[in-house]
Design a protein around this ligand. Structure first.
Ligand code: ZN
Length: 347
């Protein structure tokens, strides 16, 4: 199937919210990791979200070019081409874009979609994230509003963030941020709704509830999913049931399954997964190298073993292991077996 269009993506999100499940949003940085996701979603009969970070996009453009817009474009175009061979719905998204990169990443990507639309081509990406959490809330909402207007004009969904996700990801380190900042308040969520809802474009909110990027030993991440419940309550008691926000769960590696499931009841419809799939990808490569030490290396004037130093020999294992981890994410988020592809095609 082709990459989801706007209407199909909205149907995906609506179905998840109604059915109390969420889509894994998996970060990719290469064709191999992209293929792992496509295979996994198809095997799980789950629709899904594939996303690219600014750093991942820069990496994908090559060490000599280092152009994050070009890299994002290349990965998205590859996804458009490859997804056509699978029978599930895939949406393309870009991950955290901090204010400093709006002009050099987000806006050029929206402009590429606008250009494609003018030519009758599908959007390059279905959704983008603006992460203004380092700004004061009012400033964050001001920029979010401007970007949502731009996105809405091009049928792009915008993900915004309030509060701060702890830890380090993609070179962005928030370990020194005060603990209270790690928890979004009901007032913050109400502010997001009241600022963005009148614009008419669809948006999602990464509301933080103690989440931390990266992985920590069990017990170190103090999640308070009830924060999401309280925020939704503040909105729906004032504006009615349908006003409940589409929520995104970041920094969930190492979370208890019961905590993940609890968030699904509070409107989480997208959960970012990166650290766990990074590890799943690398794990078999380490195994391969250690078991084939004298084959991957040319030791003592020997010639090594081409069969084991051919990058495909270990990247196939990596792709397979990552795909298995993505299937687990679909199972954990209850999206397995629920692809709407059969009915959404008519849209
Ligand atoms: Zn994140």
């Amino acid at each position: 199937m082709p990459i989801a269009n706007y209407s199909q993506y909205c149907q995906m999100l609506d179905a998840a919210k109604r059915g109390r499940y969420a889509y894994p949003a998996i970060n990719v940085t290469s064709i191999t990791t992209l293929n792992a996701c496509l295979k996994a979603f198809a095997d799980a009969k789950s629709d899904g979200i594939i996303q690219v970070s600014t750093g991942g996009a820069e990496f994908a453009s090559g060490l000599a070019v280092k152009d994050m817009v070009l890299g994002a474009q290349v990965l998205a175009e590859a996804a458009h081409t490859l997804a056509a061979r699978y029978n599930v719905m895939i949406a393309l998204h870009t991950d955290h874009c901090h204010p400093a990169k709006v002009d050099s990443f987000l806006k050029p990507l929206i402009a590429l979609t606008a250009k494609r639309r003018a030519q009758g081509l599908p959007n390059l990406f279905n959704s983008h994230m603006f992460d203004g959490s380092e700004l004061a809330l009012q400033e964050n909402l001001k920029v979010s509003r401007e970007l949502l207007e731009l996105c809405a004009a091009n049928q792009i969904i915008l993900e915004v963030e309030t509060g701060v996700v702890g830890g380090e990801e993609d070179g962005h380190d928030t370990s020194n941020v005060g603990k209270e900042k790690l928890y979004t308040t009901p007032e913050d969520m109400l502010g997001v709704y009241e600022t963005l809802n009148p614009i008419g474009g669809r948006f999602m909110l990464a509301a933080t509830f103690g989440n931390v990027h990266g992985v920590y030993k069990p017990g170190n991440v103090k999640l308070k999913p009830s924060i999401l419940h309280d925020g939704q309550e503040a909105i729906t008691s004032k504006y009615g049931k349908d006003a409940a926000l589409d929520l995104v769960f970041h920094g969930g590696s190492g979370s208890e399954l019961s905590e993940i499931h609890e968030t699904l009841d509070y409107g989480v419809i997208k959960m970012n997964v990166d650290t766990d799939t990074q590890y799943a990808f690398t794990r078999p490569i380490v195994d391969h190298v250690m078991k084939n030490y004298d084959g991957v290396l040319k030791i003592d004037s020997e010639v090594g073993n081409k069969k084991v130093y051919d990058p495909r020999s270990y990247l196939k294992k990596a792709e397979d292991a990552m795909a298995k981890r993505v299937i687990q994410a679909c199972d954990d988020l209850k999206s397995s077996g629920k692809s709407i592809s059969a009915t959404a095609l008519a849209a």
